[in-house]
Ligand binder design. Structure first.
Ligand SMILES: [Zn+2]
Length: 443
């Protein structure tokens, strides 16, 4: 088969450019197909590697794919030729998304929650936020004296990459929020954790959950008494904006690649730790790693801020939030070999899973990135483990297990956030109590 990614992307980009006036028109004529046979999985994954379709949701045995009008007949021929059937779930993706948006807008709860042009005091729970709304909320958040909101750099299209620091310490000045006070006194040497959201544009649930976590953790000074919590809720603002305006399933940043008609670098393949394994050097690929490690301003900004936090010597945990799959992955991604602290990472991961299940019964699995998922390098997690030597490192694939995939209904924001918060609090508690135990032994 001779078709390659760039052919697919050229056609897609021309389609996008040729129409205007509606956010989803770049997706006009695109269809969503569902393949329920386990036998079709291998062929579908091959077709994706060739750029003929895009897997937008999956389970171990099924695939849900987006097919462009240009390649629909070719893909159909390939599938039928191999004896695989499929069902068309969405006839026209642009129309489907427009209808869905209309439905959501008519809901009372959506209207009641909407941010106005001048105010967005809380992260939204029943609709996804635009990047502008996120910035409004972060500005509000910065009014809390125990929170610092700082731009750690700018994207390739000059948007800010915001980092939120929820400061450790006693509950002074905020006791009114938690009158029952914390059980212990604050430690003199708090630990630090780093949470990253939104590095992949189309995974909208990631920044949505990350913002909810910020909102909840900021209110609870007992959680952060011994912890400095650093959060970047939107690591890829350009890609995110593009996924709102033009292509709902955009993944990469918005780099214009010289010598190619295809835009974007996969920011989660651009980090400098065994750069290049399981990543593509083809600019039209969804997992294009870039011309060199840290070629992108977004990864440079994240790297520099993480180095600064880690230089204080107490960074214990890093979690990158992605979707979808409901798995908590520990490194390595670049090799099937064991990473340092594997047993400890698995054990701590299991306490997350247990607590995350208690709210709604949602099941997350603790798995190894390379052995149980796929080989990938140049990601935040491997770099954090390999270069910063962070003890506990994870990539958390949020809801769901593939039914909706990237296009998770906004009604899931709140339950997904609450279960992750429960799991995270258990993880924080364990890290802090481990430190206390360790100190006792050392002393
Ligand atoms: Zn992702």
């Amino acid at each position: 088969m001779m078709w390659r990614w760039q052919h697919w992307m050229v056609v897609l980009l021309v389609t996008v450019a040729a129409v205007s006036g509606n956010n989803y028109e770049g997706l006009a004529g695109h269809q969503i197909w569902s393949l329920e046979s386990e036998l079709a999985v291998e062929l579908v994954d091959q077709l994706q590697a060739q750029g003929l379709l895009d897997v937008v949701a999956h389970t171990e045995r099924t695939r849900t794919v987006r097919v462009t009008p240009e390649f629909a007949s070719l893909v159909q021929k390939e599938l039928h030729g191999a004896g695989h059937n499929y069902s068309v779930k969405v006839e026209d993706l642009a129309k489907h998304l427009q209808e869905k948006e209309k439905d959501e807008k008519t809901r009372q709860i959506h209207r009641a929650e909407s941010c106005t042009a001048t105010s967005c005091p809380f992260p939204l729970t029943y609709s996804y936020m635009t990047f502008q709304q996120m910035e409004w909320y972060l500005k509000e958040l910065a009014k809390n004296p125990w929170v610092e909101v700082r731009s750690i750099g700018r994207s390739i299209l000059d948007r800010d990459i915001w980092m939120v620091h929820i400061k450790s310490g006693e509950c002074k000045g905020r006791k009114e929020l938690y009158p029952n006070r914390c059980r212990r006194r604050a430690s003199s040497k708090p630990m630090a954790v780093w949470l990253e959201g939104g590095i992949h544009a189309r995974e909208w649930i990631s920044p949505a959950v990350t913002l909810q976590l910020i909102h909840q953790i900021t209110k609870d000074c007992c959680v952060t008494q011994d912890l400095d919590v650093y959060v970047v809720p939107m690591a890829n603002p350009d890609g995110y904006v593009y996924s709102w305006t033009t292509d709902r399933f955009w993944r990469k940043n918005r780099r214009s690649n010289s010598g190619s008609t295809c835009d974007g670098v996969d920011l989660n393949r651009n980090w400098d730790y065994h750069f290049g394994v399981g990543a593509s050097d083809e600019p039209c690929s969804q997992v294009y790693k870039g011309t060199k490690a840290f070629s992108e301003p977004e990864t440079q900004a994240l790297r520099d801020a993480m180095l600064q936090v880690a230089s204080k010597g107490n960074l214990k945990l890093m979690i990158a939030f992605h979707s979808y799959g409901q798995v908590l992955m520990y490194p390595w991604g670049w090799t099937a070999d064991k990473a340092p602290d594997q047993q400890d990472m698995v054990r701590l991961g299991k306490s997350f899973v247990m607590k995350a299940k208690s709210n709604y019964g949602t099941h997350y699995r603790v798995i190894n990135a390379a052995n149980d998922f796929y080989f990938a390098s140049g990601s935040t997690d491997d770099w954090s483990k390999g270069v910063l030597k962070t003890k506990y490192v994870y990539t958390l694939e949020l809801r769901d297990e593939g039914g909706h995939g990237f296009d998770l209904p906004a009604t899931k924001i709140l339950p997904n956030s609450m279960e992750v918060l429960a799991g995270l609090k258990a993880v924080f508690r364990k890290i802090i109590s481990k430190k206390r135990t360790t100190n006792t032994v050392v002393l």
